[in-house]
Design a binder for this molecule. Structure first.
Ligand code: G
Ligand code: G
Ligand code: MN
Ligand code: NA
Length: 262
């Protein structure tokens, strides 16, 4: 595959870049941070989204150095935001969410690499949230969970991404070192109609109640309208992400949003 073969040189030549999508607190409407989303500016094909090349990078193992690069860039960006906005008062500094592939979880360097990257950038562990998909942790044994536990003990947040699409036993949540549930976009989509599907309302209500009883926060993805945001706020969700607030974009876009709040 041509794209697969081009990946290592693309990383060396600096063809990857990161867009940031804000995370907004549903209670006060303020930006709390952003999710880092990697793109590839391919010399022939133009901008390629992660769906086009992350699976290839996972297959060849390049995801480990690529993921490390994404983490380093993102953490440095978080540091730059802190310099612009200070510590953000009671809400704390702007936080950064970074996606982890299952292969990165099993790579023995994950914890040390993360510690080193945070130290080099002068960023506190609690400004970082690592997103892992629900499916990557289904049936996870202690060996797989150990690095996540170590990171969580240091203060790094672990989020369960695309939550509600897999088959994870809800009781299993207690065993996982996660502090955030990212509710899959499909739930948000079903809030589009008015009135929303009563069964989905009950499901979201139930997930939020369970999450809060376990001291987890709930982030909703794919919010495209104010009505969805309001419905999800009433249902008790904590944080939201989606086109209604902003599409993924360059880091200075977040500056504009954060300054608009102030
Ligand atoms: O918004 P977008 O099309 O960029 O995201 C598509 C998917 O790609 C998302 O599910 C997201 O989790 C994944 N993704 C984006 N950036 C990264 C990354 O740096 N590492 C990994 N492993 N996945 C990513
Ligand atoms: O990590 P994750 O799989 O959740 O990546 C988020 C994906 O969802 C990215 O591809 C991003 O571009 C996309 N996305 C972000 N906000 C919205 C939205 O409001 N609506 C839709 N349809 N997609 C979104
Ligand atoms: Mn994600
Ligand atoms: Na997601």
């Amino acid at each position: 595959h041509g794209l697969t073969n081009a990946l290592p040189a693309a990383l060396e030549r600096g063809e990857f870049f990161i867009e940031y999508q804000p995370l907004v607190h549903l209670g006060d409407g303020q930006v709390r941070g952003a999710e880092a989303l990697v793109r590839w500016l391919h010399p022939q094909h133009g901008v390629l989204g992660p769906d086009r090349f992350i699976p290839l990078a996972e297959h060849t193992g390049l995801i480990v150095p690529l993921g490390r690069w994404v983490l380093e860039q993102s953490v440095r960006q978080a540091r730059a935001w802190r310099e612009l906005y200070g510590d953000g008062g009671a809400a704390g500094p702007l936080r950064i969410n970074v996606n982890l592939s299952p292969c990165q979880l099993t790579h023995p360097g994950l914890v040390q690499d993360t510690v080193d990257i945070l130290e080099r950038a002068g960023v506190e562990p609690d400004a970082l949230c690592l997103e892992v998909t629900e499916s990557a942790l289904i049936g996870a044994d202690d060996d797989l969970l150990k690095p996540l536990r170590q990171l969580a003990e240091m203060g790094v947040d672990i989020a369960l991404d695309d939550f509600g699409t897999g088959y994870s036993n809800l009781a299993n949540l207690r065993r996982l070192p996660v502090s955030v549930l990212k509710l899959d976009r499909s739930f948000t989509q079903s809030m589009q109609q008015y009135p929303a599907d009563p069964v989905d309302l009950k499901i979201v209500e139930g997930i939020v109640a369970l999450a809060h009883s376990l001291d987890l926060t709930v982030t909703v993805e794919g919010v495209e309208t104010g009505a969805q945001a309001e419905q999800l706020r009433i249902l008790g969700c904590d944080t939201a992400q989606g086109w209604y607030y902003a599409r993924p974009g360059p880091p200075d876009r977040l500056h504009d949003l954060a300054l608009a709040d102030a």
